[in-house]
Design a protein around this ligand. Structure first.
Ligand SMILES: [Zn+2]
Length: 427
């Protein structure tokens, strides 16, 4: 099976002088960005900004406090921990569960190092690789992030303080500044102490906490979903993160849907009255979305088994002529009324475009992207791919056009705002 494509981040070198961030008299204290609330009688959420950038959950159980994910930075997470202790009137942290290995879910692990830290065995494997990251790489990452912070401060000056984008940039800056400061001082990679393979149930006295491995190839190799039937809640980490392009990046016609579907089978069987889904980057979603997601995956698997990927046919056509001719022929031969025989997935078009990009065949990649945009006009995923390719070949104007469209579709996208700023100020 082909390895699924990972979002390529294009790193721009920018000519900005890094200035130490100095406290300014009268500046608002960004710690006011931290907020918290009870989601249910026993589940407490604490995080920063709009809660979609840095967030942890605390479960109040008979046998101790269970924390889910540990955030971006140890110093912020230490503040969250103090809030939880005060709110709960106790400090017996029993378990910390990491939903997967991405930095924004594990960097605060050290704050709970006295508790057992639980994760999927592949998450531990991924994190062990990070033990080998050398100091120079971390220094370069911190330096680049600090440049980004300065740049965000300049963008913020051009914005209305009430705008969604301003608020996003402010929170992002606060989190990243803590992250950088921590990397230079207190940060210590802290690994899980308990791992599992398929599922694990924690008996917490007054409730059970069920951990299910979701399967590989969707987001990371070690994603888990945590279900608490007594609270009608599931925590999906970043599985339900990707909004409209959720099925575009990792998922294509070569994906193995069975493990994902069977883990959702088990979760929905044990917890069939889910009210809330806690996601890291999209906040709290209505429970019904998990069964929608389950159905979507089942429908995609059915298509995969019963129909043919039209993009495979396109690849075959391309092999025997040039890309533009093949696309023209394809558009002519595969109009929408042939959907009984064929399926066209954005993820396949993305993989094909990325394949050309990898081989530096940029014209071909752009033809595929144009076709993708025509078929899925409301997809932001195609715009991310366009930006990546346009920037790689130095087509600044085209990249800006895609970025501005992206910002119109998602007005609080820090990523798009920052890239626009870089491109407009780079020369
Ligand atoms: Zn993630």
């Amino acid at each position: 099976m082909r390895l699924n494509s990972v979002r390529t981040h294009v790193v721009l070198i920018i000519n900005v002088i890094i200035m130490a961030s100095m406290p300014v008299m009268g500046q608002v204290d960004d710690s006011e960005l931290i907020n918290s609330y009870w989601l249910t009688d026993r589940i407490f959420i604490v995080g920063c900004g709009e809660m979609n950038m840095d967030m942890i959950a605390a479960v109040n159980t008979e046998k101790g406090i269970v924390i889910i994910d540990s955030g971006n930075s140890p110093s912020l997470t230490a503040k969250y921990k103090a809030i939880i202790e005060k709110e709960f009137g106790r400090s017996d942290f029993k378990y910390l569960i990491n939903t997967h290995s991405h930095g924004d879910h594990i960097r605060g692990n050290q704050v709970f190092k006295d508790a057992e830290i639980i994760a999927h065995k592949n998450t531990l494997k991924n994190l062990k690789k990070e033990e080998n990251v050398n100091e120079e790489e971390i220094k370069a990452y911190v330096k680049q992030t600090r440049v980004q912070i300065e740049q965000r401060n300049l963008i913020k000056k051009t914005l209305d303080k009430d705008s969604g984008l301003y608020k996003q940039l402010r929170a992002r800056t606060y989190i990243d500044r803590n992250k950088c400061d921590d990397y230079e001082s207190v940060f210590q990679l802290t690994l899980p102490t308990i791992t599992f393979t398929d599922n694990l149930t924690l008996d917490m006295g007054n409730m059970e906490i069920e951990l299910f491995y979701f399967g590989s190839g969707f987001h990371t190799e070690g994603d888990i979903i945590i279900s608490i039937p007594a609270e009608n809640i599931v925590f999906t980490g970043d599985i339900l993160e990707k909004a409209d392009h959720q099925y575009s990046y990792g998922v294509n016609s070569e994906s193995d849907f069975d493990p994902w579907i069977s883990s959702l089978d088990k979760i929905l069987q044990n917890n069939n009255d889910i009210e809330n889904i806690v996601t890291m980057h999209y906040g709290i979603l209505p429970g019904v979305l998990l069964s929608d997601f389950h159905n979507t995956l089942k429908n995609m698997r059915d298509d995969q088994q019963q129909k043919t990927s039209a993009v495979d046919s396109l690849s075959a056509m391309i092999a025997s002529s040039n890309v533009q001719e093949a696309v023209n022929k394809f558009e002519h031969q595969f109009p929408k009324n042939r959907q009984m025989e064929y399926f066209v997935w954005a993820g396949d078009l993305n993989s094909l475009a990325r394949e050309y990009q990898g081989k530096e065949k940029y014209d071909e990649a752009q033809i595929i992207l144009k076709m993708w945009e025509k078929r899925f006009p409301n997809s932001t995923a195609v715009l991310y791919s366009q930006v990546s390719i346009f920037m790689e070949v130095g087509k600044t104007e085209s990249a800006l056009k895609s970025l501005k469209k992206l910002l119109r579709m998602n007005p609080s996208s820090c990523w798009a705002a920052e890239k626009i700023y870089q491109l407009e100020n780079d020369n």
